[in-house]
Design a protein around this ligand. Structure first.
Ligand SMILES: [Fe+2]
Ligand SMILES: [Fe+2]
Length: 374
């Protein structure tokens, strides 16, 4: 029976890949295939050592923990993720095709990222026995399910919703040790907050560039991400070694550089999308890093020096190398493989240069908790 199930999964995956090719030819989108694909840049699904996470004792941060959990329990965004009269009619057919492609790519990638959180948090809740941990992950899974569902509603209007049930089964899961989950997830929650609020504030000042109603929902939305980030900050505070030991500092720097540079490459692939919003991508990314770094000082003993003269040039080198890697992959054959290998060496070199930029050291405050202020 087991083999049969595996075969079915494999067959469906092949169908999807085939369907993806077909829809590229037909000019439509197989968003489920886009979301399922595992690349360096696509949002991933994670799994971890759930038993180790279940053993966390939140006693050292009890007061802050209880306050945060009470706020999550009160569920301030309970009624937020519903279409209201503020949801203007979207003219998908009249949208410029290049913008439509990039916007759908943006929505699929955001939906996958939200759903990735949902799957991980739900699994932790399901496997856990620790009441504090289970309660937290239950609230966070609730929020991420709403977020993913709301984006998927927007995709459904364009006739291209992601099959989330299929995704859970077909997507590859990346294993991360719990401490890496903390660094990566903490950062992705805080970056999520910074990205959503920066777009929201920009469109508040330039409403004529709001080409889709979903952006109107970003302010309350990003407060959920902010609280999720707060929870991971508290989890990290339960064990000071996680943010103070020499090795862990190197890992934190690694995750900061990896997450920031991935965002740079991903955003620079969406020129028409950002042009439609009237957002300069370099400005936007730097602004998001600035906000994220200011927030992350609550728990990380450093920030990346994004004003260093080597920062942007090496992000651009990395972006160019990633574009060439993709070209090599598409070309195929021996010359394609050589081109891919050369470009990937260039990407690694650019990453090493980014990593070697000295950090700005800081001392996290005694109290972790912050409020969203942007
Ligand atoms: Fe979310
Ligand atoms: Fe979140």
């Amino acid at each position: 029976m087991k083999d049969l199930t595996q075969d079915t999964t494999r067959d469906t995956t092949q169908d999807t890949t085939h369907g993806e090719l077909h829809s590229e030819l037909a000019g439509t989108f197989d968003t489920t295939a886009m979301a399922t694909e595992t690349t360096l840049l696509n949002p991933r699904f994670y799994t971890t050592d759930f038993d180790e996470m279940d053993r966390i004792d939140v006693t050292p941060v009890r007061a802050e923990w209880d306050a945060l959990l009470a706020q999550m329990k009160s569920d301030p965004n309970k009624g937020h993720f519903k279409k209201t009269e503020a949801w203007d009619k979207v003219d998908w057919d009249g949208m410029d095709p290049a913008l439509r492609t990039e916007f759908i790519d943006f929505l699929v990638s955001s939906c996958t990222a939200e759903f990735s959180g949902c799957v991980l948090y739900k699994e932790m809740k399901r496997r856990g026995t620790n009441a504090d941990i289970c309660e937290l992950f239950n609230y966070m899974a609730r929020d991420e399910a709403r977020h993913a569902g709301f984006i998927n509603d927007a995709l459904r209007e364009a006739g291209v919703a992601v099959n989330l049930g299929f995704l859970t089964k077909a997507k590859k899961y990346t294993y991360f040790r719990p401490k890496f989950i903390y660094y990566a997830t903490y950062l992705s929650e805080k970056i999520g907050y910074a990205r959503y609020i920066t777009i929201y504030r920009h469109l508040e000042a330039h409403p004529e560039q709001r080409f889709h109603p979903i952006f109107k929902w970003f302010r309350e939305w990003c407060n959920d991400e902010f609280s999720h980030g707060e929870a991971f900050a508290l989890l990290m505070r339960t064990d000071p070694k996680l943010t103070t030991s020499f090795t862990n500092r190197l890992w934190i720097k690694f995750f900061l550089v990896a997450v920031y540079s991935t965002m740079w490459v991903r955003d620079h692939a969406r020129k028409d999308f950002h042009a439609a919003l009237g957002v300069d991508i370099d400005w936007y990314d730097q602004e998001v890093y600035r906000k994220t770094s200011a927030i992350a000082k609550q728990v990380f003993p450093m920030e990346i020096d994004i004003d260093h003269k080597a920062w942007i040039p090496n992000l651009n080198r990395m972006n160019a190398a990633m574009i060439d890697m993709e070209k090599g992959k598409r070309k195929g054959g021996l010359s394609g493989r050589v081109a891919h290998a050369t470009a990937s060496a260039r990407a690694m070199l650019a990453f090493a240069r980014l990593y070697l930029i000295p950090v700005i050291r800081s001392t996290p405050p005694a109290n972790v908790r912050l409020e969203p202020t942007y």
